[in-house]
Each structure stands twice: as structure tokens, then as C-alpha cells.
Write a protein that binds this ligand. Sequence first.
Ligand SMILES: *Cc1c(COP(=O)(O)O)cnc(C)c1O
Length: 435
Amino acid sequence: MVVQNGFETRLVHAGYDGREAADAATPPIYASAAFDMESAERGDAVAGGNVVGFSYSRVANPTVAVLEQRLASLEGGVGAVAVASGMAAVSFALLCAAEGGGRIISPGNLYGASVDAMSSFFPHFGVHTDFVHDINDLHAVESLIGDDTRAIFAESVANPSTDVTDIEPLARLAHSHGIPLIIDNTVPTPYLLRPIEFGADVVVHSTTKGITGHGNAIGGVIIDAGRFDWANGRFPQFTAREQVISDDRGNEWHSFADRFGAEAFIRRIRIKYLRTFGAVESPFNAYLHLVGLETLTQRVRQEVESATVIARHLRTLPHVVRVNYSGLSDDDQKNLVAKYLPEGVGTILSFLVDGDYANVRRIIDATRLFTYIPNIGDARSLIVDPARITHREVPARFRRDAGVSDNLIRLSIGLEDPVDLIADLDQAIAAGYEG
Ligand SMILES: *Cc1c(COP(=O)(O)O)cnc(C)c1O
């Protein structure tokens, strides 16, 4: 069955043909480290990449391949590589573009570990980041572009501020300088936003979050739009000859760009990054991601509806001085939300309370239904204090850019009855100021 239908049909069917798997209705878990290459001739062809087939699960696995093809279809890419976590996806994508002394342009309002990687760890590998205060300030972004700039990176919807990136003009600016735009689309999920439709070249996700939706498996994915010209002179790693994709006995040499064309980036992720760094997605986790993915639309739709009701309610409460849920108010984000996220900005929101950190602590400890957990995108509703937990490792100036102060509380809204969630927040916030 080759399915090229609507989004919800592809959520359930894309990338899987049961006839290749004993007619199993759901994709089986291929718990096999390696695969029979059948004959010397076929082994040579598979190893050389001339025949599509599986040989070793660090490079590709049939269960993981279903997930990869399904996510590529949902985001509108030419290919995808699933990896062991969202951070592996972020790190692989950025290093694959910027390795060998490149620079990245990024805002500071990112997931904590991404900021940590880019500000304090990638520099040890010779990859540096120029941080911009506001990624939607195109003049500021353009002023940072230099000969070594190899990628612009942003989250489509930032966590916990829910600030929206204006992807289309940013992609145009990047492309006018021969630079790719890489977008972390974890918060909205492909149900709410598909960055490739607006010009992004590479999309990454933590599949741990809304894509799986049940908080039961860690994973990540890199998806390639297949439109960027990696042979434009800025990316020597794509035009250098590579033994692993060449035939040195036949003296036939290839680079990733000449061998794979539109798929150069995603092939390089698999053949260099996944194969050598080895942060491979397990087939068991891929199976859990696939099961979760089937209900993405229904879950996210319900969670966005509840999050909207809860955000509106929080604005009426004493001690709540600000609610961050883009699109809710007449702020400067309203037009961006209407353009990119007409079905809603996502399932997380954050709010600022008065008093000090002692009050935040008491609120968190008083919740009964919300669970105190750093994750997002779970069927359970979650609460966290980002300054102490999710953004703890982030330098103060980036915490400011991300709007993370000691008095900020983040919620990830799940599938419970919103009436119960509101009652829990009401009593917890009241308890935060008693005595
Ligand atoms: C959680 C998250 C990550 C990291 O994903 P892991 O699966 O935890 O490694 C990256 N980016 C964003 C926006 C996230 O929310």
C-alpha cells in the first residue's frame, strides 16, 4: 500500500507495507542487530549503497525505517533519519552543516541543552554560534552572516515563551546568502506546523514529546527538505571525496553532493553521523513512537483546546501577572500565529506569578493532578519551574532572552478533563500565598 493521502491517513499508514512483513497489521519490532546479505554480490551492492537493503541496525532497521518514512512524509521531506534523542537530532544536524570551523546563527531562547551545546560545548569542536537577541529581526541576523556562517537555527515555537519564528522571510534571507535554515519543530509538531512548507531546509524533532505523546520513549528525528544546494562552495564536507560512498578499487570517487544530490544532507547524516557517532534509535522505541503518532491530530487538537481555556482562565487569577501563550492576546505575535499556526501554537504555556521563588515552590508542591516533570507533550499534564530545572544550565543572558525568570512556571497540557486541571491550578496557586 503506497499512501499519499491526507495528513491523518499518512499518520496511520505512510511508510509501511504489510506485505513485506508477513501481512502484520502494525509495523513489527525487528529486534535484530544485523541482516543476512544473502550473497556476495548482493552484500557488495548493499554495502556500496547501490541496492536498498538492511545490513546492520546501527545504520538502518526496518522498524525504524517505517518511522523515518512516516515522519518524512508528514513534514514533506525527501528523507529522514531517526536517532536516539532529540538532542542527538539537534547536534547531528547542526554539526553536519557547520563542522570544520563553521558558524551558526541562533537566538538564545532555545531548549536548555541546545543552548548549552552551542554556547559551551560545540566550540570545543571548532563550531561557534553567533547568538541574536531576536531571530525575527532580519537586519540583526543579516549583520551576523559571514564567510564561515553555515546554518541559521531556531525553534519554530520557543519553549517556554511560545514565541513564534517568522520562518518564511528568515529562509529567504538565509538562501540569498547560500545558507540553510534548520528548524526545531518539537513544540508544535507537524500537525500544527510544517516548516518545510515555509522554506526550511532541515527540520529536527524530539520525538519524545508530542509526536509520541505518552512520555514513554526517548527519540529524535532529522528530516531533509531536499532543496538546499550543499555544493554551493560553502560546505567543503559535501564536495570532498568520501571513501565510504566510493569504490576505491575501481578508482571511482564520489562526494555526498555528487552521489546523492537532493538527498546529500540526510545521506550524510546517516552514513557519517549515525554510523560513526552511533546514537541510533532502538526499534522498540520506534514502535512506541509509531503507535503514539497515530493519534497525533486528536491528541494535539484536544490539548490545544484545553491549553487555550487554561491560558484564558489563568489571566483572571490573582497572583498571575502574565501568561505566555502566543496568539491569545493582541500582541505582536498574533499575525505570526495566524500565518503559521492557525490551529494553535501548541500544548505548552507559561505564566509569571508575583512574590518570589518561595511562592513558586509552594504552588508546585501544592498541585495534585499536574505532575512535576521536566518533559512536555505527554498525555498527562505537567508542571515545572524552568529557571531551576529545564533552563538550569543556561547562562543568565540567554535565560533573559527566553523569558525565564525565577517566578515563571511552565505547563504542558495533557488529555485530562480541563475542568479538573483548572481546579487543581486554582487551589495550588491559592496555596502558594497562604500563611
Ligand atoms: C526536549 C527537547 C529537545 C531535546 O529532546 P530529547 O529527546 O530530550 O533529547 C530538543 N528541542 C526541544 C524544543 C525540546 O523540547
